[in-house]
Design a protein. Structure first.
Length: 638
């Protein structure tokens, strides 16, 4: 069910039409009251445990916790932490794969009064080591899969607890620590413009404020089941995780990187997901795998996040999701949380290609500022700034960055103003439209990325004299990183060599998908790179050390044509490597789905990375086609 926002009088007809088709849910729920943010996250969670002890809290492929069971698991982890580090507030690292153990460890760290710092199991060791040192972590919580890596990272100065193998005799009872609402809750690192990650800190009160806004605006209730497709080192995971666990709902993780997109539709149906949270890029690729026969009848709300939502994304929603399902777009940042919301049903008119980011949420006021910090008028473009009492305290150990981004409120009081770096304009009815960025900060597959950090990593390589990085948009809407490099000497480094070197410093989503070799970077002034000129050069390229070899067999030709289509390249040779051509895990998932369609066989997602060339993948497909199961057209298990 849905009801309209309150009407606004005297609006132009086009804004009246837009407002008239803006909805919000009307499902019954228990309001998260403002005064309930004056506590700690563990206190709020333990209240849900008392109310919903036997309701499901977390469900994964191999594990299910009720609220009581999750609380006991978190308590044991908390007591293990307290036994080693005591009650002082300090940072603890979290190195776990997405799933129940990671969630229990997160709660355990908070219950022990610590500041949890998510580490990325897929990130280079150098990056995790920087975070370990910068955050002054003296204890790492790891699961079985990451215990060895955690020990190697920790060395002798940092303790490690395996949360899957705790000592016997640890108490299941709540630690009962008194944690003030303004105590820090987490420290989350994002890409930094200085070439190193920067940490965003957040306290308990602000997390509860962000969670309260999400619960109240979408009417979350104990009957909801929320998807968790993001890793816990991404700020958007906070809304998904605590939105569920702080109102009695269930959170259901799905590891897209490990399982791919092919099983996602069936998983949504079998798990009866009611709130489907997805990064925009992932949703676009997911849409390309849908046949129309899927059952999404349990989904009442589709939440797209992490990047601008386009009209074409809404067309996927309109085609495949039930008429009762609403879609939602929001303006969110790690420093603020969600501040604007725009609901849609399948008939909502969209006048522009980019979907609006909508109307105000409680507790946050959006301002549009010009270059001098003055307010701009209705319909004019300005930098989006947020005035609120619930902004992040700032950036960890970076007072310079904090001072530049967080401003005192000229009206006085305890509110502050955060300059987001996003550009926007407000329509006469108060609806906010996103107009891009004013700097080199972008979103790639839902991750916040500073292009300057990628450029710094490229220039640090001895084989590269100069480098610049831009964003290119593929035909289906995805943004990819394109690198333009001037080699230091001949012969130039291969793409494979550059990627391998970058993989030691950057996570996979920050490694460029495209490389272009230049004699010199185009300039528009002394030392200033002409980034528009770079974008005009395009991004298709061939590694200078990779010879072009025509596909030979029928299977090679079909796979080469498939790669060319999805990677948007003119020519693919049998020796070309998937990753070097700009492939990533999402495109890999689409290729796996198309192989099932073309050859009626199911191959594991890992095969695209283990068999990286067209010829390698074709050989693996041909081998499987020759097996008796393939002859009977029976899909093989991945």
């Amino acid at each position: 069910m849905a009801v309209c926002f309150d009407d606004v009088a005297l609006l132009p007809p086009e804004q009246e039409a837009l407002r008239a088709r803006c909805f919000h849910p009307s499902e019954p729920f228990i309001e998260f009251r403002r005064e309930e943010t004056e506590q700690s996250i563990p206190e709020r969670f333990e209240d849900q445990v008392r109310k919903h002890a036997l309701r499901p809290a977390v469900k994964t492929r191999d594990r299910e916790f009720t609220y009581a069971e999750l609380n006991r698991a978190a308590n044991r982890i908390a007591h293990a932490i307290l036994g080693i580090r005591g009650e002082k507030q300090e940072q603890v690292g979290l190195l776990c794969n997405p799933g129940a153990a990671a969630i229990a460890a997160t709660l355990g760290g908070l219950k022990a009064g610590k500041v949890y710092v998510p580490l990325d199991p897929g990130a280079p060791e150098a990056r995790n080591r920087f975070i370990l040192d910068d955050a002054e972590i003296r204890l790492i919580l790891a699961d079985n899969d990451n215990h060895r890596s955690a020990c190697a990272l920790a060395g002798k100065a940092v303790a490690v607890i395996n949360v899957d193998d705790l000592e016997a005799g640890l108490s299941n009872e709540n630690p009962g620590l008194q944690i003030a609402p303004d105590c820090l809750g987490y420290l989350m690192y994002t890409s930094g413009s200085t070439g190193e990650p920067k940490g965003v800190v957040q306290n308990h009160r602000n997390v509860l404020h962000k969670t309260r806004g999400w619960i109240n605006v979408v009417h979350l209730s104990p009957g909801d089941r929320l998807s968790l497709l993001r890793a816990l080192n991404v700020s958007g995971s906070i809304r998904d995780l605590f939105g569920a666990l702080l109102c009695g709902a269930a959170v259901v993780p799905f590891d897209v990187k490990a399982r791919g997109l092919v099983p996602l539709a069936a998983w949504l149906a079998s798990e009866k997901i009611t709130i489907f949270n997805s990064v925009v890029t992932l949703f676009r690729h997911f849409g390309s795998t849908l046949t129309g026969a899927e059952d999404f009848s349990s989904v009442r709300l589709l939440k797209l996040s992490g990047e601008p939502v386009h009209k074409s994304d809404m067309e996927i929603y309109q085609k495949h999701f039930p008429k009762e399902c609403l879609a939602i777009n929001m303006l969110s940042t790690a420093e603020v949380g969600s501040t604007r919301v725009f609901f849609m049903d399948r008939q909502t008119p969209l006048a522009e290609n980019v979907v609006p980011i909508g109307y105000p949420m409680e507790g946050c006021e959006v301002l549009l500022l010009d270059a001098d910090g003055g307010a701009v008028g209705v319909g004019q473009t300005g930098e989006i700034a947020v005035r609120s009492r619930h902004l992040s305290p700032g950036y960890w150990r970076r007072p310079d960055l904090t001072e530049a981004a967080f401003l005192p409120d000229p009206q006085g009081g305890d509110a502050r103003i955060f300059r987001t770096g996003d550009l926007g304009c407000i329509l006469p009815d108060g609806c906010l439209l996103h107009r891009g960025r004013k700097d080199l900060h972008v979103k790639i597959r839902g991750y916040s990325v500073e292009l300057a950090e990628i450029e710094a990593a490229l220039i640090a390589l001895a084989e590269i004299k100069e480098a610049a990085v831009t964003i290119r948009q593929r035909a289906h809407g995805d943004q990819i990183v394109a690198a333009y490099i001037v080699p230091a000497a001949e012969p130039p480094p291969t793409v494979a060599a550059i990627r391998k070197a970058l993989a030691a410093a950057l996570p996979d989503y920050m490694i460029p998908s495209s490389f272009v070799y230049l004699d010199a970077l185009p300039l528009i002034g002394p030392g200033k790179v002409d980034r528009r000129g770079l974008a005009a050069l395009g991004g298709t390229r061939r590694d200078p050390e990779t010879p072009f070899l025509l596909p030979r067999t029928a299977v090679e030709k079909k796979i080469a044509a498939l790669w060319a289509e999805l990677l948007e390249l003119d020519q693919i040779g049998r020796a070309d490597r998937f990753l070097d051509l700009g492939g990533d895990s999402l495109i890999a998932s689409r290729i796996i789905a198309r192989i099932l369609e073309l050859f009626r066989i199911e191959v594991p997602l890992r095969l695209l990375f283990d068999a990286p060339t067209v010829a390698d993948l074709a050989a693996a497909v041909e081998l499987q086609l020759a097996e008796p199961a393939a002859a009977d057209a029976q899909p093989l298990k991945s």
